[in-house]
Design a protein around this ligand. Sequence first.
Ligand SMILES: Nc1ncnc2c1ncn2[C@@H]1O[C@H](COP(=O)(O)OP(=O)(O)O)[C@@H](O)[C@H]1O
Ligand SMILES: [Mg+2]
Length: 353
Amino acid sequence: MINQKAGSVVFQNVRKTFGAFTAIADLSLTIEPGTLVTLLGPSGCGKTTTLRMLAGLEHPSAGKILIGGRDVTMLPANERDVSMVFQSYALFPHMNARDNVAYGLESSGLSRKEAREKAEEGMALVGLAGMGGRLPAELSGGQQQRVAVARALVLEPQVLLLDEPLSNLDARLRRKVRTDIRELQQRLGFTAVYVTHDQDEALAVSDRIIVMKDGEIAQSGTPRELYEAPASSFIADFMGEANVIPCEVIRIEGAEALIRVAGVDHRLPGRSAKPGMAKLAVRPGSITIAAPGQQGLAGRVLHSAYLGGHVEYEIETDVGTLFIIDHAVERNLPPTSDVTLGFENRGIALINA
Ligand SMILES: Nc1ncnc2c1ncn2[C@@H]1O[C@H](COP(=O)(O)OP(=O)(O)O)[C@@H](O)[C@H]1O
Ligand SMILES: [Mg+2]
């Protein structure tokens, strides 16, 4: 019987240098047991380094790491009670799937028979019952990926680590496999730390997302918080496209801010804004389009592209060229059309930087 545990993860002021290069300056974070938390950020921001320190494949230059409340900072990988699913899967090509899954169990002291039974159970868990006899080369990319997940799960780690687990799959499979991983994590209730550079993937699978930039946390929160209330233009842009528009905060009224964009006033959640110049991050789907000459922001269509379910526009305005996604495909405005733009109440956030 596979008995899933769920440990917490804590980083306390963790620092990691490689020679003179500081990859992580001072990282502190907490991951609650039983949650799936994603480390998201552009290539080179320190995601893999963070995961490898958690796995015990790298040691911090300073600071502490706790797993399930136990200080593991200096423990080797095999004493940490974590298992990792690698980007490349790292399956043994000459061993069949069952033996790949059983390998770690046998190394940890189970008899061959026990290890094989548990491996079969792990294969069933990831939907590969009956396929244990196949070699990795006889499995599809998605199936190999599941074998790698099964191999990690049968070790019953406190924390499962996944480093860009979908990057070797083609685009169509990625959506399915990410749903499978999330479903398995929720069903079994294990703690997972998931690394990706893909914001859609992060939004789709995570309880919480930690966005990293240059080895630091740029912002962390639920997918919704990050998407709807980005703290900076970096986050707004990284978590899906956003138009960043200069605005003036006129005054704060309770929880709301009265702001002015190109002479037109709007009320928004204040988010600790102060009167003065600021920026608005506006999602492409949160700009409304109306006939010209009305109250709002005047614009002129530069480009339009019909994409079946929606039309994409670039519209020139006094505050810059705005990128807009419009679901009213029937109007399909041609270039040079004059329009009036407005903002919806959602998908628009005040940011300070
Ligand atoms: N073993 C190493 N030696 C020197 N520099 C490294 C080493 N590992 C990673 N780095 C550097 O640390 C930074 C973070 O790398 P990494 O954690 O792999 O980023 P990510 O996974 O977010 O793409 C990069 O600038 C990378 O070049
Ligand atoms: Mg990486």
